[in-house]
Design a protein around this ligand. Sequence first.
Ligand SMILES: Nc1ncnc2c1ncn2[C@@H]1O[C@H](COP(=O)(O)OP(=O)(O)O)[C@@H](O)[C@H]1O
Ligand SMILES: [Mg+2]
Length: 254
Amino acid sequence: MGKVIAIANQKGGVGKTTTAINLSACLAELGKKVLVIDMDPQGNTTSGFGIDKEEPENTVYQLILKDCTIREATHSVEGIDTLKVIPSNVDLAGAEIELLGIKEKEYILKNEVDYIKNDYDFIMIDCPPSLNMLTINAMTTADSVLVPIQCEYYALEGISQLIHTIDLVKERLNDRLKIDGVVFTMYDSRTNLSADVVNTVKDNLNAYVYKTIVPRNVKLAEAPSNGLPINLYDSKSTGAESYRNLAKELIDRK
Ligand SMILES: Nc1ncnc2c1ncn2[C@@H]1O[C@H](COP(=O)(O)OP(=O)(O)O)[C@@H](O)[C@H]1O
Ligand SMILES: [Mg+2]
């Protein structure tokens, strides 16, 4: 059965989407069957895989309103046979209100994903930058949460709130849920600050810390505008290398 990993941190700009795209693509490159679910109305994971956000008839939005099946919402990605995407776009921003009063609204995504869990090795969910009902749906679906932490001064801000939310979901909605681990992103080896942040987080957080640290790499920032994951955009870049290593580490830990 596929392992479901939610990539979450309510802080914006920490590398959730970059990790969702590139870690998933590298898992697929290593022969794993991967489904990526874009739970962010910004749809950056969707466009990062070269899917036009406005194009798909069936997205996460139609899925959670039960206007389509999960297989109908699942789209192929050019150039990567073993990777599929359930896209999203700005429509999803209205979902929270539409879900008001709906029974079991915390489990809508989970109930759908249960149908196709056996078809994949990994199901990766890119979360929005907030702890809203979309994130709760991701966490009730997930087996674990992967937390990207940006190597900058306020890195730990909000992390205790995130961990509290994960604990609450575990207690009340999904007793399988655990913290998969923390991955550092945008590491700058030229500054002491990045190294300081890594050490502070290690000292203060009781969670697995991935040995692979993702460096700041301009190719990672460029790739989405070409609609390509890093391994297809620039396979030899340090960004591609690091997400490949992260994928291997994740597989070894499974
Ligand atoms: N390792 C990296 N090196 C360089 N730029 C990065 C890296 N990771 C992310 N970025 C850039 O930082 C910005 C925020 O990253 P993103 O993955 O969208 O964060 P989030 O999904 O948490 O909001 C994006 O413009 C992205 O291209
Ligand atoms: Mg994002």
